[in-house]
Design a binder for this molecule. Structure first.
Ligand SMILES: [Zn+2]
Length: 461
């Protein structure tokens, strides 16, 4: 099979169009024709390692790479990406695509970079153009796809996006003023803690119980103290690149709120790629990581665990749905809340909430420059959290019984710290520890066939 794509070469003081053809035929050898540049002749070594890194392979074929037109140009290492993509297409590992343009250097880890000198943007007019996000130009065109890795390039080639959808995420500005929201007990406390500590939170509940209102309320509360805080609600059909790529929705949310509704409808791959950037929140040098609030129905029909409406999903369908939320994925959330409609809910006392939020945030700022208590780095956690011995015994006892990893314990400690800040306590008490455990995201882990999601406990709007 022969695959072709186009690229740009800087020569004679301007950008020149160059076609890269790759043929994969029976045999086992490698040939490169149409260039004498020694740098480009090393490309197969870099590409070989990069392909393995992304789970692809160097085909066991006779591979011939040829460049047209044949000129004595310096091609450099920027031919890595076009050659790699053409090799994958020619060997049937990714679908053949017409009108594809690419440029960029790959390293052994499959990262895509720009190692050429500063140049003006190429005169690209049509076709999908994949280039390193490090390149010295930014063009607002949905067919220009700035990327940071070969993995992202493959996502784009496989999905056809961004030809079919813009890279710009859907931005919703919540209406000014307070959402007319009623909550009861635990949910009201959870709202305060989520806003005060910036904890990544997973909301589970039937349709119409107010999951998105809750997320907006967290944003409204935080925005009362930090004006112009972004609120980004990407569509559930976004590709991984659109979500966490260089221009993706995740980063567009800055330090604000990223609301991921309908997590159960997102592709498994998208859920998996979210894990890494979410984790950045509690790394020592995090400065621009949003607070992720995820929401999902408990099951495809939406009524699993509902008091009056019966769930119509079979058990196989139910467990397939819930298995999407893998342990490692749930581990990135620090708080989890089951929302339902309950009779004893009251209107959110906004003024009081804002006052408590300011007080709690002041305590946090005195502790360190992190992204709220959710971002206290592990190295500083023991020293900064000021957890009493009794409270630590409660947390340790729970952790031991839970069988969860250490990350779960650390999240419980961060959340307990916020519970103490919310209650204006210098030290974390046993009561704070119990509250933290009851709101821990691990409650949604599949623990047994009969009781997934821990839906017995319910709180609500
Ligand atoms: Zn159901």
């Amino acid at each position: 099979m022969v695959a072709s794509l186009k690229t740009w070469v800087w020569a004679e003081g301007r950008w020149n169009e160059l076609r890269v053809d790759v043929a994969a035929t029976p045999g086992f050898s490698f040939h490169m024709v149409g260039t004498r540049d020694p740098t480009v002749r090393e490309a197969p070594n870099r590409i070989h390692a990069a392909l393995l890194e992304v789970g692809a392979k160097w085909p066991g074929k006779r591979i011939t790479v040829s460049f047209h037109p044949t000129r004595p140009w310096q091609l450099g290492s920027a031919m890595d990406l076009p050659i790699a993509l053409a090799v994958l297409m020619a060997s049937g590992q990714v679908p053949l695509r017409e009108g594809l343009w690419a440029i960029g250097t790959l390293d052994l880890k499959a990262s895509l970079s720009w190692v050429e000198p500063d140049r003006p943007a190429p005169p690209q007019e049509s076709g999908l153009f994949l280039y390193p996000s490090q390149a010295p130009w930014r063009v607002q065109d949905q067919n220009w796809a700035p990327l940071s890795s070969l993995r992202e390039a493959l996502e784009v080639v496989k999905s056809g996006i961004p030809l079919e959808a813009p890279l710009v995420p859907v931005l919703h500005r919540p209406a000014p003023g307070w959402p007319g929201l009623s909550l009861s007990g635990t949910a009201l406390t959870a709202l305060g803690l989520a806003a005060a500590g910036r904890h990544p939170t997973l909301l589970v509940g039937a349709p119409g119980v107010g999951k998105s209102e809750f997320a907006r309320a967290v944003h409204s509360l935080r925005a009362a103290v930090e004006p112009n805080l972004p609120f980004v609600e990407p569509s559930s059909t976004l590709s991984p690149v659109q979500l966490v790529g260089a221009n993706g929705a995740f980063w567009a949310a800055g330090t604000g709120v990223l609301f991921m509704d309908e997590l159960g409808e997102m592709s498994l791959r998208t859920l998996e790629v979210l894990r890494k950037p979410m984790e950045a929140q509690w790394s020592r040098d995090a400065t621009q990581v949003p607070q992720t609030i995820g929401a999902t129905n408990p099951c495809p029909c939406g009524y699993h665990g509902h008091q009056s409406i019966e769930c119509t999903c079979g058990s196989a369908r139910l467990s397939r749905y819930q298995e999407r939320f893998s342990g490692p994925f749930l581990d990135r959330f620090q708080m989890g809340l089951v929302l339902g409609r309950e009779a004893d809910s009251v209107a959110v006392p906004w003024d009081e909430m804002v006052f408590k939020l300011r007080m709690a945030q002041e305590r946090q700022r005195a502790r360190g420059p992190w992204l709220g208590n959710s971002g206290i780095p592990l190295e500083s956690l023991i020293q900064c959290a000021e957890i009493t011995r009794q409270a630590m015994d409660v947390l340790n006892g729970w952790h031991k019984k839970s069988g969860l990893g250490l990350r779960a314990l650390h999240h419980a400690m961060r959340l307990a710290r916020t519970a103490a800040d919310w209650g204006q306590r210098a030290k974390v008490s046993e009561q704070d520890a119990w509250l933290s455990i009851s709101l821990h995201a691990s409650q949604f882990r599949l623990t047994s066939k009969s009781g997934p999601w821990g839906l017995a406990r319910s709180s609500s709007t």
